[in-house]
Design a protein around this ligand. Structure first.
Ligand SMILES: Nc1ncnc2c1ncn2[C@@H]1O[C@H](COP(=O)(O)OP(=O)(O)OP(=O)(O)O)[C@@H](O)[C@H]1O
Ligand code: SF4
Ligand SMILES: [Mg+2]
Length: 325
């Protein structure tokens, strides 16, 4: 797709694991995922805990090889990057904002030192101390903090302020794509709105593309242009946000939306899913959702439904939805 900045094709990320008896196994965290993100859009990824959202997001950072498939970023196959310098240079295009900013802010360092790190790694020989200080001041101002915050330690800041530092650090190297992995989940509701507004302002100003990961459908609905719903390592539905909410096709998406009343102006009946999410190390055959789906048919237990376009730009992986449309 011409206007796509990220293209994933049949991406798999499996982990080698051992069970309680020490027996070896394979955990299929991401199990054949394909989609494309358009330049400048906010692409949402939702699904229950453990369905593979963070693992999928991290594949774009190219830190460890994927098990199968290809990832193109700005037209370049990231598996073909050669040498450390090419990887580091290309790596700066994609940055990550975490759920818990404290986890990525060294408590022993002042904010100024933390924000200087990316410049020291990338521009050690070309940027002098004064230029670095100026860059740090600019970054702090950009995320709505006064430059004097560079003299503070992380523990001297609130959760919302720490998340602003996490965002400033992600912006330091002028990235094109930011993976926002549950960026507001750890914050108070009142602070969540401020950080979301900041992310929206920065996107506009800096022409950023976001992969926005969250289990909170209300936040995803507010932020995103298109949304992909993930279940046990697969995308089961993908559509523009309006179509996803107003013409929901997949039974799993229907259940997720029915459990998020904040978005639903017209109150829909709550669909309570039976059973727990199966283990990604031993997923059900056929449709992985068949053990919990209220509409399971014989074919669902045997054949895995592929993600196919059933309406304009509305994709779904479900035998029943394909029969109906
Ligand atoms: N390094 C790893 N080694 C083994 N298993 C892993 C590893 N990283 C993740 N997993 C497993 O992969 C699956 C997907 O994990 P992931 O963190 O991507 O889920 P998630 O959708 O982001 O969940 P949450 O909403 O709780 O953040 C889980 O079963 C997890 O235990
Ligand atoms: S394929 Fe079958 S089991 Fe899977 S979601 Fe559709 S109807 Fe339910
Ligand atoms: Mg996660």
């Amino acid at each position: 797709m011409e206007d796509s900045i990220v293209v994933l094709e049949h991406v798999k990320k499996y982990f080698d694991i051992r069970d309680s008896d020490g027996k070896k196994g394979t955990l299929r965290a991401v199990d054949d995922v394909s989609f494309a993100i358009k330049k400048g859009e906010t692409f949402g990824l939702v699904g229950e805990s453990g369905c593979g959202k963070s693992t999928l997001g991290k594949t774009l950072l190219n830190l460890s090889p994927i098990t199968d498939g290809t990832i193109h970023i700005e037209g370049k196959d990231v598996s073909q990057l050669k040498g450390r310098s090419e990887k580091v240079q290309f790596g700066s295009k994609v940055q990550l904002v975490f759920q818990d900013p404290s986890a990525c802010l060294n408590p022993r360092n002042k904010i100024g030192t933390i924000l200087a790190e990316p410049f020291k790694i990338h521009f050690k020989k070309t940027m002098n101390k004064q230029e670095m200080e100026q860059k740090i001041d600019e970054l702090l101002t950009m995320v709505g903090l006064a430059p004097e915050y560079k003299h503070r330690y992380p523990h001297e800041m609130s959760g919302g302020q720490k998340q602003r530092i996490g965002i400033a650090r992600a912006l330091a190297l002028n990235p094109d794509i930011i993976i926002c992995d549950e960026p507001v989940s750890a914050l108070d509701v009142s602070i969540q709105a401020q950080v979301i507004n900041l992310l929206e302002e920065l996107q506009e100003k800096l022409d950023l593309t976001y992969l926005f990961i969250s289990h909170d459908l209300g936040v995803v609905y507010h932020m995103c242009d298109r949304i992909a719903v993930m279940y046990l390592g697969n995308i089961v539905e993908l559509a523009d946000k309006k179509a996803l909410y107003e013409e929901t096709l997949h039974p799993y998406t229907q259940a997720l939306i029915s459990a998020a009343p904040s978005i639903d102006q017209v109150k829909k009946e709550r669909i309570v899913l039976k059973g727990d999410v199966p283990s990604p190390s031993d997923p059900p055959k056929g449709c992985k959702f068949h053990t919990r789906c209220p509409y399971t048919m014989d074919i669902c237990k045997k054949e895995k439904p592929l993600l196919e376009e059933v309406k304009d730009n509305h994709y779904v992986a479900c035998h029943l939805c394909k029969q109906r449309n």
